[in-house]
Design a binder for this molecule. Sequence first.
Ligand SMILES: [Zn+2]
Length: 388
Amino acid sequence: MLKTRSGRCIKPNSEYFESISSKKQHKCLVLKIKKILKKQESLRSEEEKDLIINFQDVVKNINLTQTKKSNAQLHQEIVIDEEDILKMKCSELARAIKNSKKCVVYTGAGISTSASIPDYRGPSGLWTMLKKGVKVKIPDFSLVEPTYSHMALLELVNKNIVSHIVSQNCDGLHLRSGLDRTKLSELHGNCFVEFCTQCNSEYIRLFDVTEKTAFRKHLTGRYCSSCPTSQLEDSIIHFGEKLRDGMPYNWQGANNNVNDADLILCLGTSLKVLKHYNCLWPKKKADLYIVNIQWTPKDKMAKLKINGYCDQVLKLVLDELNENSNMCLNVTNYEVKSDPLFEIATELKEYEYNTTNKSLLTKDFISKKNPIETKSESGWFTKCFKKK
Ligand SMILES: [Zn+2]
């Protein structure tokens, strides 16, 4: 009896040995052809040339695999436009924004990296570092603050220059910037929000509610105050999950705005997930502008791709709008005292204090520039990530 790699016992027969030997032969052939392909044509022997001609399908497969490998490497590369090119592109984007009748913005992890929240595929991203075997420090989400990009977008929405924001971030920073919730669609939920599945009551908290949640495990460990037997659930679409009932938040808002948008601006997103949401890519084509430091699958469709960091690009764009379009845009600094979460949050009852180990957002919170490790893990970021 022989054992396969998985431990399954098999009874060897002539067919088995034939298949093994033909697999081995094929492997040898592929290796041989790979070696020949590396040689200059003029240095190949007649026998080698014959091999290439007779095994075109193998050559084709080798070339295809090689192209895929090089593309994958290219897609990982960080590209930053040189200063003068960046300025020129930002002026072009500013003109497009000024002339657009309806501008919708899609945001991804790249707009939160300057808040010390790692992205996924960037140079210090979670998945990039995991591949290198390096553990990434993840901040407690109540201890970080909205970035310049969040505050700039708030100003653009408040001045009716941007109609709607569709975000795939769960960090809650758009909401905390002061953005009107009707102008925001959070595709994958918000880590400060939990809700009752019986009465649909929503509980916004001053801490990350996803500590105990993970892929297909949404119970947060707290109960609805109106339905005492109903455990609250997080609002997150975890990695690998399909959209849940009632999620994403304000999907209708996104639909209403995207359909007649004439400008779609993508900020800090690889678009690898967003490209699958067909309704975000309407048939009536809007001009597409992309700001990202890596390749995205929509780059070829974009009217303009800006290779730069979101904060820097938005600063240049807003300066341009102020200087050449007299728009009087004033990007305010985030102030924790004015964080809208304090107004809308439901405080924990005394008997619920032990249901979380996460840090609470407090009005005397002092911004820290460096990542702060969580006291406990975030289900949204950490546990699901390990499933990857
Ligand atoms: Zn309820």
